[in-house]
Design a protein around this ligand. Structure first.
Ligand code: RIB
Length: 292
């Protein structure tokens, strides 16, 4: 089985700052790193590192060859990453001493997805496969429809949050992934309780409190507590969770086991600086769970 991901690919520029900048403030960073990011790329790396055959669908500019090399280095298939005339997307990420961040993205090539490229990428899709989709590219609904026509299940991470985009995507999603704030925003925008959102399954990440998975058809909820760690950078934690969790589903794990493994993967990831670069592999995650 396969995990596909239609997703953003960014060059992340990460600055350690004494506090998140206030309006009009000029602030000296105490550290700087650059590396692979983008919600989609992070999800693909997490799925591949969790052991799934993973194929990324995306777009970078001519300046983004290194991001393709990096994805391949993590075991992600890149045959369907196209080269656009638009520069590669990037993100400016400020991280404070409490591991909180503030992110500005430039979408660049991420909004230059090809409808025919997406169809070609998903032509071999089959029941049992999954596709991960977020809000940092164009053509999400095209991809979701193409996936479903092949029996591929759709996991939709509604980030960065946009109520209209989420409303449009939900009819084509099997699993919605949101954080607590996004869940509240979406239920307010649609005028329904979270448990009545029009999608079969809703996964709500609650930060240090853990995660809830709600089956909106039966009303059943599985709650898994978070592992306790000392975070240094929470950038990409939700993406890591999403990629790892969907990989678990694709590998036939129970919902609870997939949630526990995804929680452990994110717990390790936030103890390191960076997004995709900070994601642990399956062996490290297993050892971490065994130690708890
Ligand atoms: O979710 C974290 C990601 O958001 C970063 O890697 C950055 O590129 C932005 O897309």
């Amino acid at each position: 089985m396969t995990v596909f991901c239609l997703g953003s690919i960014n060059a992340d520029h990460v600055y350690q700052v004494p506090h998140l900048p206030a309006p009009g403030e000029t602030l000296a960073a105490t550290g700087f790193q650059t590396g692979l990011g983008g919600k989609g790329a992070n999800q693909s790396v997490a799925a591949a590192k969790a052991g799934s055959e993973t194929h990324h669908i995306g777009a970078v500019g001519a300046d983004g060859a290194w991001t393709i090399d990096a994805l391949q280095g993590y075991g992600v298939g890149t045959d369907h990453v196209r080269t656009s005339e638009i520069p590669t997307g990037h993100a400016i990420i400020n991280v404070d001493p409490e591991a909180e961040n503030a992110i500005v993205i430039f979408s660049g090539a991420n909004y230059d997805q090809s409808e025919t490229g997406i169809a070609a990428a998903l032509s071999g899709g089959k029941p049992g496969d999954w596709i991960l989709i977020q809000n940092e590219t164009s053509q999400q609904i095209t991809a979701a429809k193409a996936a479903r026509s092949k029996g591929v299940k759709v996991a939709y991470s509604a980030a960065p949050f946009d109520a209209d985009a989420a409303r449009d995507m939900l009819p084509f999603a099997d699993l919605l992934l949101v954080n607590e704030i996004e869940a509240a925003q979406l239920s307010q925008a649609l005028g329904v309780d979270v448990g009545d959102l029009p999608v079969a399954n809703v996964l709500i990440t609650l930060g240090a409190k853990g995660v809830d998975l709600v089956d909106t058809e039966t009303g059943e909820m599985i709650s898994v507590p978070a592992f306790s760690v000392n975070p240094v950078d929470t950038t990409g934690a939700g993406d890591t969770f999403a990629g790892s969790f969907v990989s678990g589903l694709e590998q036939g794990m129970s919902d609870r086991d997939a949630l526990i493994r995804a929680s452990a993967t994110s717990a390790i990831q936030v103890t390191r600086v960076g997004a995709a670069t900070a994601i642990p592999d399956a062996a490290e995650v297993q050892a971490f769970i065994a130690d708890q």
